[in-house]
Design a binder for this molecule. Sequence first.
Ligand code: ADP
Ligand code: MG
Ligand code: MG
Length: 252
Amino acid sequence: MATLEIHDLHVSVEGEGGPTEILRGVDLTVKQGETHAIMGPNGSGKSTLAYSLAGHPKYTVTGGTVTLDGEDVLEMSVDERARAGVFLAMQYPVEVPGVSVSNFLRTSATAIRGEAPKLRTWIKEVKETMAGLEMDPSFAERNVNEGFSGGEKKRHEILQLELLKPKIAILDETDSGLDIDALRVVSEGVNRVRGGGDTGTLLITHYTRILRYINPDHVHVFAKGRIVESGGAELADKLEAEGYEQYVKGGA
Ligand code: ADP
Ligand code: MG
Ligand code: MG
């Protein structure tokens, strides 16, 4: 069973006055089949954690370890991490001009599976997955994220997730900016992947709203670059009632 282990992770970004430490000792273990919600105020470093796990070059790891089944993830390139089974749905997905959704998905699947998916089954698979996400088939011919609405971007991220079936899925604010119908559709996609039992999910969110659709096994409160409290789903109810204030007041 795949296990992602993050131990005492420290990450800095380069700012105008030199490097600033954003992650200050993150400890977290995510196993295949588990769903962990990471909840925290804006600016606490949630996206920094997501990007650092995916290998974004802007973020410098200054301490700690990240392993997937004992393999050193921090030593891997972005591509190697993806092939090893780490998937990131970004908070702000980027445009890929001139590349259609259909080509993008097939290229990604080929890279990750190590061989091109058989065309006929692949087309069927994509069609069915898109239908499950209530996406119009014509969407496949559009260029990746070009002019996509917020909801379309997030559905496209979940489409990738369902087709690529990663070992570890990091979903960074997949719920933000979604109306109630899109939130339900996107959540159903996440739950289908979860039901497969092969994916461990790190659901990063600012709001408790999505947790009405996706019931997490574990909830972690993230503040000032680290996990400050962990619990079960009931911790989300506490956050809903009390907010993040108790975690952020006081000095650094
Ligand atoms: P969250 O996702 O929890 O809102 P972020 O990880 O986006 O938090 O940001 C955490 C802190 O790190 C913020 O103070 C933000 O300004 C800073 N930060 C994040 N990424 C960068 C970057 N690429 N360059 C400079 N500062 C950054
Ligand atoms: Mg933010
Ligand atoms: Mg963020």
